[in-house]
Structure formats: C-alpha cells, structure tokens
Design a binder for this molecule. Structure first.
Ligand SMILES: [Zn+2]
Length: 72
C-alpha cells in the first residue's frame, strides 16, 4: 500500500497479463488502485485491503457502522 487511493474491482480477464499464474489459481477477486494503478488481490496485504473496503462501505452508508448488536 503505497498510497491511499480507492480500490476498484476489476475482472481477471482485464488484468490477466499482470497477475502471476499462482495468483490466478487461488484468487477470484482483483482490485485496481485508482491512485497509483497498482493491482491487488487476495493474498497481497489482504487484511489491509479489507480494511480499506470496509471503510469505503462505511462512508457509502453515511457513517460508522455500530459494533453493537440490536438491543431489545
Ligand atoms: Zn495506490
């Protein structure tokens, strides 16, 4: 993670020439950083990618997600 750009899902067919063969075999989801153009997939700092995607989802909903379950 060299920048804090937005990650956009991309199809394997679009990035097949950039993906190592070993990654093609084990990964089905790929993401392109809109900030630096770097390609990410499951296995490359995936926990941090999930964190970024999670934060993006929070922003899309208009606020932080409560960690508390439903009450009552
Ligand atoms: Zn980037």
């Amino acid at each position: 993670m060299d920048c804090d750009g937005e990650l956009a899902p991309v199809a394997l067919a679009e990035v097949a020439h950039e993906v190592p063969r070993r990654a093609k075999g084990v990964c089905s989801e790929f993401f392109r950083c809109r900030g630096c153009g770097k390609l990410y997939w499951h296995g490359t700092s995936w926990e941090r990618i999930k964190d970024r995607l999670g934060r993006a989802a929070e922003l899309a909903r208009g606020g932080p997600i409560s960690s508390e379950g439903p009450t009552g």
